[in-house]
Write a protein that binds this ligand. Structure first.
Ligand SMILES: NC(=O)c1ccc[n+]([C@@H]2O[C@H](COP(=O)([O-])OP(=O)(O)OC[C@H]3O[C@@H](n4cnc5c(N)ncnc54)[C@H](O)[C@@H]3O)[C@@H](O)[C@H]2O)c1
Length: 321
């Protein structure tokens, strides 16, 4: 079962699972935090695959989840469904607490009630917040989340650890570091920048451009998840990042090089809730399940460019943007 299977990461993971011969039960409520058409478009390629089942429902509906767990022999739940943006969580924390914490609790309770034992949970680098100890290690106890979103993810991790302890669920919590690639959420920086630069629209740069991020290509994430699945046992936390950092200025320059266009930059103050740096120490994932991210930023962005050009060639009657 993949929750959030029509999302950016979920759709890539589903594609990989189907290509590996696995069956996938996709649970997604197609919410409108961004255009749901994008989600339908992502799953179009495998919508009719014989090993794929789509359930348009909310993860907070525990009775419906339990019905699916009765109906199908579910081995593992990969729980990706969440409100995923950092900035909107500052303006609407209640929605984040409701979806991300109550939703995760509903997944855990359903698993416990129906005897589904293995969970891979999508956590986030944001739980480190402005921790001074970069590169961030999973053993860091100086976690300093600075957004309601990050607080929901850290709370979820604690719930997962607790359910593992109380009920023997086996759970890996993966802290993803800014994931990018074809089909990335449209409001994320790389998608936005790429779109605007190609159309000659100004890009909004928050801060002085020296904030840094560890950007991780989607294929490295899906391969990391797949390598981890056979090892899920007890409760453990892993960083899934690239192990490298890029400044915002370098990111924009890379997009300029890949597209061959100049960005028009408009500078704004730093956004509340945004951290100054993310940087993953990936030693633990490398040692435990051979995680080895390899995609260079320019190559990943180039793949996004190719995907974008393919989308604009959709048959008439379907508009991509
Ligand atoms: N993309 C990143 O850079 C990144 C980084 C760190 C962590 N994460 C986490 O990874 C997960 C996937 O992120 P993404 O970028 O693919 O986001 P996404 O928004 O594209 O995917 C999330 C999906 O969950 C669905 N969903 C939301 N609430 C739901 C609910 N109540 N019931 C059922 N479905 C619901 C949405 O419709 C969406 O399709 C999220 O948990 C996110 O917090 C992502």
């Amino acid at each position: 079962m993949i929750t959030g299977g029509a999302g950016f990461i979920g759709s890539h993971l589903t594609q990989k699972a189907l290509s590996e011969g696995l069956g996938v039960i996709c649970v997604d409520n197609f919410n409108n935090t961004y255009d749901p058409f994008v989600k339908w478009e992502r799953i179009a390629a495998f919508r009719n695959h014989p090993n794929f089942r789509l359930y348009s429902l909310d993860i907070r509906n525990g009775a419906a989840l339990e019905q699916l767990m009765d109906e199908y022999p579910i081995d593992t739940v990969v729980h990706l469904a969440a409100l995923a943006g950092v900035r909107p969580s500052v303006t609407d924390p209640a929605a984040y607490i409701d979806t991300n914490i109550r939703g995760t609790l509903s997944i855990l309770d359903s698993m416990r009630n129906k005897g589904v034992r293995k969970l891979l949970f999508a956590s986030s680098s944001s739980v480190y917040g402005n921790s001074p100890n970069a590169p961030f290690k999973e053993s860091d106890t100086a976690l300093a989340p600075i957004s309601p979103y990050a607080i929901t993810k850290l709370t979820d991790e604690m719930l997962c650890a607790n359910y593992s302890e109380l009920y023997g669920l086996n759970i890996f919590s993966m802290r993803f570091f800014t994931v990018y690639g074809p089909g990335q959420r449209p409001e994320m920086a790389i998608s936005l920048f790429l779109n605007n630069i190609l159309q000659g629209i100004p890009i909004r740069v928050f801060g002085d451009g020296r904030s840094v991020r560890d950007y991780t290509y989607i294929k490295d994430i899906t391969e990391g998840i797949f390598s981890a699945l056979p090892y899920i046992n007890g409760f453990q936390v892993f960083n899934l990042g690239s192990g490298r950092t890029i400044s915002l200025n370098e990111l924009i320059e890379t997009i300029e090089t890949v597209t061959g266009r100049k960005a028009i930059r408009e500078y704004f103050p730093e956004q509340r809730g945004d951290v100054r740096a993310t940087f993953a120490d990936i030693t633990k994932a490398r040692n435990c399940f051979g995680y080895e991210p390899s995609t260079l930023l320019a190559d990943g962005i180039n793949n996004m460019l190719i995907y974008r050009s393919l989308r604009t060639e959709l048959p008439s009657g379907i508009t991509a943007e």
